[in-house]
Design a protein around this ligand. Structure first.
Ligand code: ZN
Ligand code: ZN
Length: 281
């Protein structure tokens, strides 16, 4: 893995990735990375820049996100190749499946993605997989917007393959796909905002009980055995992985504070949980 950090392209031959895919993926790599710096960097600049600094934890998150951007760019190029062979179900005319289908398919993909993310995320916290698939995302104990795209390359592959499978299996308008990808980007960024950097009442809206936001996801970064979902809270409720006190604390405004030892933004995590993802706090 050390060589991948210094020169990610060195990994391509033994991964069997064709150079044509790399070339056609390059523009997407630039676009995905620009989107990351715009959304994550922009929100960090707005909410953190006065009190934080680009510490080692944030620099690590950014390096990991660059690798994730590479994986998603290759997946995009792969999806376009499949489209060239007529193997995707993307379409361009909004009326082809009816206007109602645009909203229906958007919600359906979010629900499917949420279920897939919950299942794989929970799996990645198994001690046999954690170090390979998910440790990087939890390196920063106190997440920041920079953490929103910080996936280990193998986890990024799993999430990217899901999106490719969606466009192969489900009829999806190109605009709907773009809306899903934008929702994913912005939602992930919001989930990783620090509670102490938000307006006091931000997470306490009427939808707060049903949707995942920074209050919900920050619990996962503190206690790895809870709150695995991405968009909606019902998977965690269904499978008993939501903190029983969460809803009550949300309504009371008694949300967990940032860990005092990690107040310095982006300070890397150095505790025992790193190896297994287990909850020992
Ligand atoms: Zn996790
Ligand atoms: Zn996270």
């Amino acid at each position: 893995m050390g060589q991948v950090w210094t020169n990610p392209l060195a990994a391509l031959p033994w991964l069997g990735i064709p150079s044509s895919l790399v070339v056609s993926g390059l523009p997407f790599f630039v676009i995905i990375l620009a989107r990351y710096f715009l959304v994550a960097g922009g929100s960090w600049w707005l909410l953190y820049a006065r009190s934080g600094r680009l510490g080692e934890g944030i620099r690590y998150d950014i390096r990991l996100s660059v690798l994730s951007a590479g994986v998603f760019a290759l997946a995009t190029a792969g999806g376009l190749t499949l489209e060239g062979f007529g193997l995707t179900r993307l379409y361009s005319q909004p009326q082809q499946y009816g206007w109602w289908y645009l909203a229906f398919s958007y919600l359906a993909v979010l629900l499917l993605q949420d279920g897939f993310f919950y299942a794989t995320h929970r799996l990645f916290h198994h001690r046999a997989l954690y170090g390979w698939f998910h440790q990087g995302h939890h390196r920063s104990r106190q997440p920041t917007p920079w953490t929103s795209f910080a996936f280990d390359p193998l986890e990024a592959v799993v999430q990217a393959v899901f999106l490719v499978a969606v466009v192969v299996l489900l009829p999806l308008h190109r605009g709907t796909l773009l809306a899903v990808l934008s929702t994913m980007t912005v939602w992930a960024m919001v989930n990783h905002l620090g509670l102490d950097h938000l307006p006091l009442r931000f997470p306490h809206h009427w939808l707060g009980h049903w949707v995942i936001g920074p209050a919900h996801h920050s619990v996962h970064h503190r206690r790895h055995q809870m709150h695995y979902g991405l968009y909606f809270t019902f998977w965690d409720r269904l499978f008993g992985t939501e903190d029983p006190a969460y809803t009550e604390r949300l309504h009371q405004g008694a949300l967990p504070p940032s860990p005092p030892s990690d107040r310095a933004v982006g300070k890397p995590r150095r505790d025992r949980n790193v190896q297994t993802g287990s909850d020992r706090e």
